[in-house]
Design a protein around this ligand. Structure first.
Ligand SMILES: Nc1nc(=O)c2c([nH]1)NC[C@@H]1CN(c3ccc(C(=O)N[C@@H](CCC(=O)O)C(=O)O)cc3)C=[N+]21
Length: 283
């Protein structure tokens, strides 16, 4: 029997817990605040930002969406970030990616107060994650949400082999760090990895984040493996699909997350959870 890891359902549970914490804070007169900065007119970004705003509002989080023209300069954008750094009603700042060409995303992210870095992209927080430092700090939301998905299965991770396909700054690398921090053996693979299938077939936990539709087929997975699909790809009909051939892999694996309805909703739920974390940690 294969378990479908229902990210939508799990996100509901995470959101319910977040809403409860927002209520508790409200009794002390505290409202968590999230500022989302969107530069330019990318249609996909506009949808994501709208979804985040709607979810935050539902949970009682104060949500500000700051839409800025693609013509903004680096210095002007830095000044906007500084404003929110100084604003005590804002606990989380997110600069929607990608930024229009000409703007230096790394420089902007580095200007965010690390204590308000709700995406967990600031180099200080990235470094803490990789060093597995104790204490409270934000972590990239997609990998953190995936850890929540894995923990929800109640299977031991310690000592097992995790394989991550993809080495991006926002998913693959921090994912690897969190799996290693969970006492797993961990391998990060990527587009140049030789004999990729030989490696993925050794994975007890396989996380795929490549942007290549249906890259992972039944022959590439170990029987009984847990498979997490971070892909957000389009199939021939333009429908949203993942990096894993879900139908082909399904019968062979122990658990698998679908696309849509898997990692995506958990990313948003984790973003909300982390906004409230930052608020509580600032007290
Ligand atoms: N600074 C920054 N932080 C981000 O967290 C960030 C970003 N930039 N840029 C873009 C990506 C993308 N992202 C998604 C979140 C949720 C879904 C999601 O909920 N997807 C639904 C389906 C949505 C649909 O049907 O199109 C699902 O998988 O079920 C998707 C994508 C956050 N991102």
């Amino acid at each position: 029997m294969t378990t479908i890891i229902d990210g939508k359902q799990l996100a509901k549970q995470v959101n319910a817990a977040t809403k409860e914490r927002v209520t508790q804070l409200g009794q002390r007169g505290i409202v968590p605040g999230l500022a989302v900065i969107m530069v330019g007119e990318d249609p996909a970004s506009a949808i994501y930002v709208r979804n985040k705003h709607r979810k935050a509002t539902q949970l009682g989080i104060k949500s500000i969406v700051r839409e800025l023209p693609a013509t903004i300069t680096q210095a002007e954008l830095l000044a906007v970030v500084q404003d929110y750094n100084q604003d005590p009603s804002i606990h989380g700042i997110l600069v929607q990616s990608p930024l229009p060409t000409g703007l230096d995303e790394r420089g902007i992210v580095a200007a965010i107060d690390p204590a308000k870095d709700v995406d967990g992209f600031h180099p200080l927080n990235v470094g803490k994650t990789f060093a597995n430092l104790p204490g409270n700090y934000p972590v990239s939301c997609t990998p953190r949400g995936i850890m929540t998905m894995l923990r929800s299965l109640n299977v031991p991770l310690k000592g097992k082999h995790a394989v991550v396909v993809g080495r991006s700054m926002i998913v693959g690398r921090p994912m690897g760090a969190l799996l290693l921090n969970a006492d797993m053996s961990m391998t990060i693979t990527h587009q140049y990895s030789e004999r990729l299938s030989d490696i993925t077939k050794t994975a007890d936990v396989l996380v795929v984040a490549t942007g290549v539709a249906h890259l992972i087929k039944a022959a590439d997975v170990k029987p009984g493996a847990i498979v997490i699909d971070v892909g957000m790809d389009r199939d021939e009909d333009g429908k949203l699909t993942g990096d894993v051939d879900f139908d082909g892999v399904f019968a062979k694996v122990g658990a698998i997350s679908p696309v849509p309805g898997g990692v995506g909703p958990m990313t948003i739920a984790t973003l909300m959870q982390q906004t409230v974390d930052l608020c509580e940690w600032s007290e």
